[in-house]
Ligand binder design. Structure first.
Ligand SMILES: C[S@@+](CC[C@H](N)C(=O)[O-])C[C@H]1O[C@@H](n2cnc3c(N)ncnc32)[C@H](O)[C@@H]1O
Length: 215
């Protein structure tokens, strides 16, 4: 996430609409690597991608046989994702539904899912537990919750400078919400990832949680 933006407004549709309107593409055109790593072996079913952005992850899931709802706060992002799906993946666009909704405003989640994926969906600490408990509740028995985010270690390493540091979270902040009787936590980890930032190699740490709801 760019540091030049006023993140005190990061929880508003206006912020994200303006952010997406700045350029034709703000995220990679490749699916998030942790999604590919942890969802490739899952049997396709119904998936919810929250904070679906420009739609890359949702389109990738649909191309692997999933029926996907991409949900995002930003209408600009939703329109871009739908247009991309129609252009880049017309053969799977029938398996994709795009939904503009504000999860922090308590938007009801449309159904129960075989996979709920949240990739870099960062919210203020005081709203985290409520949001992620709702996402977990949207996973049907036998289904997966996959949460990926920026780890707080990125602040200490200097990889990330943030004036709202409490929006970064470790895996334990997610697993604390998942009762051991209801969930099998398959992955709760903080692997490092090497990226190229403006020609400079940089190490980032991702929070990764993959939990399966016990049937
Ligand atoms: C950091 S971006 C991540 C986008 C995408 N998941 C990815 O990894 O490329 C966060 C996304 O969450 C969306 N978002 C922020 N607050 C939201 C909310 N309250 N409800 C739904 N989506 C939200 C933003 O519009 C943005 O697309």
């Amino acid at each position: 996430m760019s540091q030049e933006h006023d993140i005190s407004r990061m929880w508003t549709q206006e912020f994200w609409d303006a952010r997406y309107a700045e350029s034709d593409a703000i995220w990679s055109r490749d699916p998030n690597p942790r999604l590919v790593e942890h969802a490739s072996d899952l049997s396709p079913g119904n998936a919810l991608d929250v904070g679906s952005g420009e739609g890359t992850d949702a389109i990738w899931l649909a191309s692997r046989g999933w029926t996907v709802t991409g949900l995002d706060l930003s209408q600009v992002a939703i329109d871009r994702a739908a247009a991309r799906a129609a252009t880049l993946a017309p053969d799977v666009s029938g398996r994709l539904t795009w939904l503009r909704a504000d999860l922090l405003a308590g938007a009801p989640l449309p159904a129960e899912f075989d996979l709920v994926s949240a990739q870099f969906m960062h919210v203020p600490r005081g709203l985290f537990d409520g949001l992620y408990a709702r996402l977990a509740a949207a996973v049907r028995p036998g289904g997966s919750l996959l949460v990926v985010g920026h780890h707080p270690d990125d602040l200490a390493s200097g990889a990330r400078h943030h004036d709202a540091p409490d929006i970064l979270f470790p895996p334990e902040q997610v697993t604390a919400l998942l009762g051991p009787r209801g969930w099998e936590v398959r992955v709760a980890d903080a692997p490092v990832r090497l990226i190229d930032r403006d020609g400079e190699p940089m190490t980032l740490r991702d929070t990764v949680v993959h939990a399966v709801r016990r049937a």
